[in-house]
Write a protein that binds this ligand. Sequence first.
Ligand SMILES: [Zn+2]
Length: 245
Amino acid sequence: MSRSNSFIAGPLCFAATLVITSGCVSAKKYEALEADLGKAQGELSAARGEIITLLGAHGCAPRLPLSAFLPEWPDPAIRDAFYTAFQRAEVAIDALRPGDRIRPTLVRGSGVALWHVSGVIEIPVQSDDIGVVYHEAFHGAFHGSALHRGDNERWGEGLCDTFRYFMEERYHSTTPSPWLVQARKALAEPDVLRSDSETVIRRYVLPMVLIVKHVDTDYATFAASWRRWQDEPPDLSKLFGYTPP
Ligand SMILES: [Zn+2]
């Protein structure tokens, strides 16, 4: 797909998913299909196949196929759970204006979480840390975006964690991960973070807290800000009164 085509694919796809009469995947239909993902293995595969078929039939950008997702992983249940989360991330990122998003080419299990410019993603596969896929998936959006320039690059980890926070709240809020529990605590006590010297706090947690508060803990506001920032990238450190290391 050419750059100009991929530039418009996201918004077009997003619009189509919201129009129930268009024949594309309606929000209601999509949610029903997602509910199916919690059922038996056979039903799960069928529902997932239908989602991908319907999305593909209406010109939405191709998603990472299951064959390229943890291909060597021995436990199909955990692989399916991670793949479902990864698909949600891809759909959400395409519904933002993804710009020149760098698309994932392979996700493999690893001892570390790493995003590569080639599109290869490494993730530690731990059942209580599924949210890592949201963070790593968003690196592709950030690195292809207008914000990946100059000093704004410092905000990449905070933006990826912001996306992770909203996705975990949307899909995993009733059984929060240890990461989400910590994120909620950080959001409740932002001033404590300012004096923390730990790199992970200063590079990931505090920037995430500042961004989430800036958008009033509202994903739609974050999405609107993200799109606006692509047209006119602000100096994020000036905007937030903070410079991540
Ligand atoms: Zn990262």
